[in-house]
Design a protein around this ligand. Structure first.
Ligand code: NYM
Length: 212
């Protein structure tokens, strides 16, 4: 490898936990300290597959549940060449949601098991660090109404939270639980410290394959 690789860092959590705000702040802080960093998000609604997903989330179209699950996964796979290229070039990627959201949201629907939901994402680039922004449903409710998109109800979000808790029991993934009820700055400081450790460790490690 010509230069030290960047780290793959993922932020996960239920809706309203502050993932997007924290991803942006982390990328800014890394860049300001001279470390190349970029943000990505899933779903990436800009691609052709992403546009199908976006229409589904906005309730402008209906898709069969297995089908949309596979589209969310395909949306990650289509970005894998870019992810690998950036990491090889030494850029740290901070990603707002990844395969864990994919599994947690679909498996919260009736008739889906965790195992089936994980299969399409087996072998994706494995994150060096996954931070789960923990926020109770009561605290999430204090942050205002849920939006208008599909899945944005407190009942469904509670089911999603339980699925994330099951996924976090997997020791093959480097999970950190972050208390998202603190102030934006305190949460940021925690995330920044964890990320700097992950970046240092990743430099000397090969990129892994998720759930393999
Ligand atoms: N979502 C996100 C899924 O159902 N499966 C996935 O694989 C991913 C990445 O899409 N409610 C859901 C979670 C969110 C919604 O995300 C859109 P965002 O971060 O609000 O754009």
């Amino acid at each position: 490898m010509a230069c030290k690789r960047g780290a793959l860092i993922v932020l996960e959590g239920v809706d309203k936990a502050g993932k997007t705000t924290q991803c942006k702040k982390l990328v800014q802080a890394l860049q300001q300290s001279g470390r190349p960093a970029e943000m990505m998000r899933f779903p990436d609604r800009t691609t052709t597959i992403g546009q199908l997903i976006s229409a589904y989330l906005e309730k402008k179209s209906d898709l069969e549940d297995h089908t949309v699950h596979l589209l969310f996964s395909a949306n990650r796979w289509e970005l894998v060449p870019l992810i690998k290229k950036k990491l090889e070039q030494g850029t740290t990627l901070v990603i707002d949601r990844y395969a864990f959201s994919g599994v947690a949201f679909t498996s919260a629907k009736p008739g889906f098991c965790l195992d089936w939901c994980m299969k399409p994402d087996v072998g994706l680039p494995k994150p060096d660090l996954v931070m789960f922004l923990q926020l109770s449903p009561a605290e999430a409710a204090l942050r205002g109404q849920f939006g208008e998109e599909r899945y944005e109800t407190s009942v469904f979000q509670k089911a999603v939270q339980q699925k994330f808790e099951q996924l976090m029991k997997d020791p093959s993934v480097n999970w950190r639980v972050i208390d998202a009820s603190q102030s934006v700055e305190d949460v940021h400081e925690n995330i920044r410290t964890q990320s700097l450790n992950a970046i240092n460790t990743a430099e000397n490690q090969q990129l892994g394959e998720l759930w393999k």
